[in-house]
Design a protein around this ligand. Structure first.
Ligand code: HPA
Length: 282
């Protein structure tokens, strides 16, 4: 290949070695914190930070409020790899970059991926502040995170008949019940962003079966499933989807709302992680 044709992407093996060496723990759970949920990082005990900007081939994240770093530490005593910030296709990056943090987590030893995200609520009962357990998704972003040659250890045609782990969902519901946090199941509709939807698009999303709408998570779920990881995902409703609320949707407000609602999700996760560890999941 000519020098000018060589495209440098994230070097997963090298990144994983750095995270493992500096972190000094072997976490089997990788937890991704979404927009406005970065305060959950405060719950990580003894956190060692590895910023994305230091990882070979990683670009810095460009979205305000997406700090872009891995933290290795413990939540409620359970060793975890926490990821604050993520890459989205709307930043103009390629499939290899969007998929890279999941692949690094897997290479570090995470068998389970727990994702969190901010969404617009479509289903009537999913008002701002609600937390939804994602039990299925619709991929309407029209971008394939597995485009290109199959990555090492990933299936070319991964099965998607049960992308979200049924047993982990039950554990999450038990943890929510114990913490007194309402948690209902629903379907995540993925759009590419970065613009929010039009009211007509929200009506179309509802007609397709989406209960919430968001711009992340689905590419990561697909990459995780292709690599054989178990997946669990939580959505925090930060606003009513376009046309269903009082007016325009504002990114600043979305972020601010996520921070408040993230508190409940933090409590839920602190209850959930020891249950997962007790069941051999963490
Ligand atoms: N649409 C898409 N993504 C979002 C929204 C929304 O209304 N709110 C938070 N993330």
């Amino acid at each position: 290949m000519a020098e000018r044709d060589r495209v440098e992407g994230p070097r997963i093996g090298e990144c994983a070695r750095m995270v493992a060496e500096e972190g000094g723990l072997r976490p089997s759970v990788h937890l991704v914190l979404g927009s406005g949920l970065a305060t959950l990082a405060d719950r990580v005990e003894g956190a060692v930070h590895v910023h994305f900007s230091r990882l070979p081939g990683f670009p810095g994240t460009s979205v305000e409020g997406h700090e872009g770093c891995f933290l290795v530490g413990r939540i409620a005593g359970v060793p975890v790899l926490v990821q604050s910030g993520r890459f989205h296709f709307y930043e103009g990056v390629g499939a290899d970059v969007v998929a890279a943090p999941v692949r690094v987590g897997r290479a570090v030893g995470a068998e389970t991926l727990v994702l969190t995200n901010a969404v617009g609520g479509i289903r009537r009962d999913l008002a701002p502040g609600s937390i939804m357990l994602v039990d299925d998704h619709i991929s309407l972003g029209f971008r394939a995170p597995l485009a290109g040659p199959a990555a090492d250890g990933e299936e070319r045609f991964p099965d998607m008949s049960a992308p979200y782990d049924p047993w982990l969902m039950e554990l999450a519901e038990a943890a929510a019940l114990q913490a007194g946090i309402p948690l209902s199941r629903g379907t995540y509709g993925w759009v590419g962003g970065p613009n929010f939807e039009t009211p007509a698009e929200v009506r179309a999303l509802r007609a397709t079966g989406a209960d919430v709408v968001g711009m992340s998570t689905v590419p990561e779920v697909i990459v995780a499933r292709a690599g054989g990881q178990r997946v669990l995902a939580f959505s925090v409703v930060t606003n009513a989807a376009a046309g269903l609320g009082d007016g325009a949707i504002d990114h600043e407000e979305v972020m601010a709302y996520g921070e408040g609602a993230g508190e409940g999700l933090g409590v839920l996760l602190e209850g959930l992680l020891p249950r997962m560890a007790g069941d051999g999941y963490g």
